[in-house]
Design a protein around this ligand. Structure first.
Ligand code: ADP
Ligand code: MG
Length: 374
């Protein structure tokens, strides 16, 4: 067990790293953040911030010398960095889990190898492969770059062979997956933790509403039946075990209009759809990440109240600061801002949660509060 007082290393300085840092410091740990951006949200509140590249040998030596364990908030940390660190100190989750999720093709193949279903997909690395791939998955389809995509970026909708080829050019002819666009009833996610000893604990399933490929709202409990929620949790645990995972991870699922559960993707870190745990659960996903990587017992994941989370994107800042009035006046609304100085369209600047006994009422309240911001 790594007790409070030790220093925890965080690769990546975004908002996930920042909320981890708050949780770790609350428990009495010190946090060292590595992120090249000197103004990174986590770096600004950490005990120490190394603003070096992820591959910088000196920075990695410093990290290994000062930290008891290293974790990540960002799946695209170069594999070499993880391997270098892993030779010196515990890295949780390990390089294998991150490497698997760094490539959509590899990730989906792993998911299917466990007998879990994804949307039908084909890998595309050369233009000549597109015709056969499209014939296999059918239209409509989505072409997604295999690496480095997030928040719907690096994806194009495809309705024809010509569109698929143009999309491949548009994405820069990088390796991609072409997948069938499923008719969706709903999207849900499971955030779970797996400890050093292999114990697992799921959070209540979140229902997620996306706009333009970016998460807009999470509703908890999700409006799904008990059997579907259980199947999603079982699948998420199966994936965590297959990855020999240590830490907090999330699994996104589609529920099709035919009621079928399909795995969409895995995030090897705390997840945007788990931010509700900060305000509505006994243990937040960030405290849980601290507990898991430090080999403390996992905390209770119980939901204390129905909750709705809404993301605040940079678009809201287009004409200056959003109008916070109604949100701050609401006695059961919780505002979280990430301390980012530049508000770009689509950039995650913060979120808020609304708590209340009546799920339908708080969904409406959250939409009203959101509309009042601009
Ligand atoms: P990202 O890594 O950007 O989150 P996702 O693969 O999760 O990429 O896609 C973002 C969103 O786009 C999904 O949450 C979903 O709303 C939509 N989407 C992606 N793939 C499909 C699909 N195969 N069928 C239907 N909708 C999809
Ligand atoms: Mg996603």
């Amino acid at each position: 067990m790594i007790p409070p007082g030790n220093t925890l290393g965080m690769l990546g300085g975004g908002q996930l790293g920042r909320m981890f840092t708050v949780a770790a410091r609350t428990l009495g740990y010190r946090v060292l953040v590595l992120d090249p951006d000197p103004g990174s949200p986590a770096g600004r509140i950490a005990d120490e911030h190394l603003h070096s590249a992820y591959g910088d040998a000196w920075a990695l030596e410093q990290m290994a010398a000062r930290c008891a364990v290293v974790t990540t908030e960002f799946e695209n940390i170069p594999a070499q960095t993880l391997h270098t660190l892993a030779g010196l100190i515990p890295v949780r989750p390990g390089a294998r889990a991150l490497e698997c999720t760094q490539d959509r093709g590899r990730e989906k193949a792993m998911i299917q190898s466990l007998g879990l279903e994804t949307a039908p997909f084909e890998r595309v690395t050369h233009k000549e492969q597109i015709k056969a791939a499209l014939a296999a998955v059918g239209t409509p389809a989505i072409l997604k770059r295999a690496a480095l995509g997030y928040d719907g970026k690096g994806q194009v909708g495809v309705a024809s062979l010509a569109a698929a080829e143009a999309g491949f050019d548009h994405l820069g002819q990088v390796p991609c997956v072409l997948e069938q666009r499923l008719p969706l009833e709903r999207e849900i996610s499971v955030v779970l933790a797996r400890g050093v000893g292999g114990e697992t604990l799921c959070y209540p399933v979140a229902e997620n509403i996306h706009r333009h490929g970016i998460l807009h709202m999470s509703i908890v409990p999700a409006r799904i039946d008990h059997a579907t929620a259980q199947a999603a949790c079982r699948a998420a645990i199966q994936l965590a075990e297959a990855l020999e995972y240590c830490g907090v991870m999330a699994v996104e699922f589609f529920i099709t209009t035919a009621g079928e559960l399909r795995v969409n993707e895995i995030a090897p870190r705390p997840h945007n759809s788990g931010h509700y745990t900060l305000d509505a659960c006994v243990t937040s996903q960030f405290e849980q990440q601290v507990r898991a990587i430090c080999a403390l017992p996992l905390g209770d994941t119980r939901l204390l109240s129905p909750v709705v989370m809404v993301n605040l994107l940079g678009d809201l800042w287009a004409d200056g600061e959003p109008r916070w009035g109604a949100l701050l006046e609401h006695p059961a609304a919780k505002l979280h801002l990430y301390g980012k100085s530049q508000a770009r369209p689509g950039r995650k600047m913060g979120h808020f949660c609304v708590l209340g006994d009546d799920r339908d009422r708080i969904i409406t309240e959250a939409e009203t509060l959101f509309a009042a911001l601009s």
